[in-house]
Design a protein around this ligand. Sequence first.
Ligand SMILES: C[S@@+](CC[C@H](N)C(=O)[O-])C[C@H]1O[C@@H](n2cnc3c(N)ncnc32)[C@H](O)[C@@H]1O
Length: 356
Amino acid sequence: MTQPAPAADQQPGIAERAALFSVLTGGWIAQACYAIAKLGIPDLLAEAPRTVDDLAAACGADPRALHRTLRALSASDLLRESPPRTFALTPTTRLLCSDYRRSSRPTALMFGEEVHGAFGEILHTLRTGRPAFERLHDVPFYDYLGEHPQAAATFHAAMGAAAVPAALAACDLRGLGTVVDIGGGEGGLLAKVLARHRAARGVLVDLPESIDLARTRLTEAGLADRVDFVPGSFFDEKTVPPGADLYILSRVLHNWDDPSAATILRRVREAIPPDGRLLVFEYLEDQDEPPTTRPTRFAAQAKLIDLLMLVMVDGHDRTLAQYRTLLTAAGFAIRSIHPAPTHASRSETAIEAVPV
Ligand SMILES: C[S@@+](CC[C@H](N)C(=O)[O-])C[C@H]1O[C@@H](n2cnc3c(N)ncnc32)[C@H](O)[C@@H]1O
């Protein structure tokens, strides 16, 4: 059966062919960005433009291969080329310099290695609904990080470079005594809370390999003497310390399927005192699917992060109604909701819940 011809204004033309070519080759550009980040080329270009031969000698690359790669990146506006065979950073690739504030280099390394490998197996995810990462490595993502310290350090550096959820500013934390950040990663959010609330103490719960990184970061911030570090799994009984005023789960629950997310919330419920509070920071899916308005750039990013959860871990973004169901089943009631400011690129909402 032949397909009916699309209406004239729906027919693909040259522009659509070019757009599709860009999409299909986007992975090549991404891997080229990964490779120059891995070789430290953005750092070599941080001060001034340099020639290919100079760069190749400094990072141990083949000059011809490097030239062709840098040319392709220039053609995509990611570098600037000027004669003779000299390249400079653009504002976008400056983000790949390792000492730039909230550098994107760790994200480029993680996307170019573990994530790229898993997306190569995305068909497995589509056929089975299971994370391609597990098919490739035979272990769940966080177990893999436990066995690969370098990958764990890169992952936590990438997470640490992500902005602390902007909705934190809308939460009333006056009079805070003790705050427990569960799955707190490198400790960026805890550092922000403790810097603002000078009388407060913090507890950071995370897997052992993350705790060492958090200790280093909070020591550098001069806050380590106000923090207890608890290495352990939030799935285990008694890992989450009891009796704190405030418990935080930031960007944790979307890593897990419903039964696992329910277990994490139950562990918090076992620890939280009757007058304690829980703050969950998560990106909220639209209540109406499909969305009635065209997705914004940030909403499109959020859908890609949800796809990342699908391919890498067994997690997903949820609607507010789905979080309410999980929280209610674990013995919490939602007390207030603080949406992220609309200008925030990572627009997690703060859901404040109390035990019932
Ligand atoms: C997506 S990161 C979020 C980090 C941080 N809360 C943030 O908002 O940037 C998820 C965190 O959960 C931690 N995690 C994963 N499995 C865990 C477990 N079983 N017990 C404790 N922490 C765990 C990871 O090490 C990581 O730091």
